[in-house]
Write a protein that binds this ligand. Structure first.
Ligand code: ASP
Length: 342
């Protein structure tokens, strides 16, 4: 990195951007326009930082696909002007946004690093300051002219993860994210140790932004005792095009005839069914047990070790791009952005 390196910081909302109002004592959004006053330490970086705030700022629970499009467009419009992007984002749905961006930004050759915090940056013990500074340093890191992390990644609690491999697993600890099925891209200590062998290479083709996202999807989390009424209700959701079936263990589900019959009818109607495990780690292995062989036989697609967050984003992207079902089925079993192990 050097004085020519420029990083764009994009603030979307969330806890990280909060500071305590001295008069009222309540938390309010922080004025990032005043970045250097609040973070004089940033002057020690010898590269240029710009700031862009999205309007309106959102708690990440209120984010929807149009927001992902807006964010992707902010990056796209400024892509040539910056060497890297830091996205400040609420942690609650950060794994969904990171997954969505990874599919929407095809041929990425620059870092897009999402970060946030569990405590507002304006609180003395906040984890936000460290996360923010680490994210900036990672977005600016390069080997000569080549960025070290040309990926959509999440930087949190001294770890850097591939965004579409993450899940928020802890609402309390500073260590809020997991990437069980893929090792961290970097560990941050005295040095930032990058796993260059795991990081995707920068694309050589121009960036292509996919703006069409189709959210006519649903998730059915199985539990022992689930009723035919509950399964029928979700499969009859108006306009539904794909269903993520959150199964047990290595992709297992009841073998009850009514259950398989309902799924079969849904598949016959053209609904795509993807099998994703409820476990945080490990993979779906269709046919390993009798309890998944039936799913495989009727045409449920195995999601391997993809996270639910990533499966949601991938389906929105594939359905939005207008691929026929047969191609969606093939691409669901293909790793497009390092989101699954095949
Ligand atoms: N509710 C907040 C959000 O996700 C929590 C956070 O920022 O971590 O926007």
């Amino acid at each position: 990195m050097n004085t020519h390196t420029s990083i764009l910081i994009i603030y979307t909302g969330g806890t990280i951007g909060m500071i305590r109002d001295l008069k009222s004592g309540s938390l309010k959004p922080f004025d990032f326009g005043d970045l250097y006053t609040h973070f004089p330490v940033l002057r020690n970086f010898d590269f240029h930082l710009d700031f862009h705030s999205l309007d309106p700022l959102l708690d990440s629970s209120n984010m929807t696909p149009p927001f992902y499009v807006k964010l992707a467009e902010v990056i796209h419009e400024r892509y040539d002007r910056y060497d890297g992007f830091v996205v400040l984002h609420g942690s609650d749905t950060m794994a969904y946004t990171a997954s969505a961006l990874s599919f929407m930004l095809e041929n990425l050759s620059k870092p897009v690093i999402l970060t946030g915090s569990q405590l507002p940056i304006g609180v003395v013990r906040s984890d936000g300051r460290e996360n923010f500074i680490n994210a900036i340093e990672i977005a600016a890191a390069c080997d000569g002219d080549c960025p070290v992390v040309p990926e959509v990644a999440i930087c949190f609690d001294n770890m850097l993860y591939r965004g579409n491999r993450t899940t928020k697993f802890n609402a309390e600890n500073f260590s809020a994210f997991l990437s069980v099925n893929f090792p961290p891209l970097a560990e941050i200590g005295v040095h930032i140790k990058y796993r260059r062998d795991l990081i995707l290479p920068p694309a050589t083709e121009p960036l292509k932004v996919h703006r069409e996202l189709d959210n006519h999807i649903a998730i059915l989390k199985l539990f022992p005792g689930i009723t035919p009424e509950a399964v029928r209700a979700i499969l009859n959701t108006n306009g539904i095009r794909a269903l993520i079936l959150e199964t047990f263990g290595a992709g297992n589900a009841p073998t009850f005839p009514w259950f398989l019959q309902m799924l079969r009818e849904a598949i016959n109607k053209g609904i795509i069914l993807v099998n994703v495990t409820q476990c945080k780690g490990g993979t779906v292995e269709m046919g390993r047990y009798e309890t998944s062989a039936g799913l495989q036989a009727i045409g449920v697609i195995g999601g391997a070790d993809i996270t639910t967050e990533s499966a949601v984003a991938k389906l929105m992207y594939l359905l939005g791009d207008g691929y026929p079902n047969q191609e969606v089925t093939r691409l669901l079993q293909t790793s497009l952005r390092g989101e699954m192990t095949v």
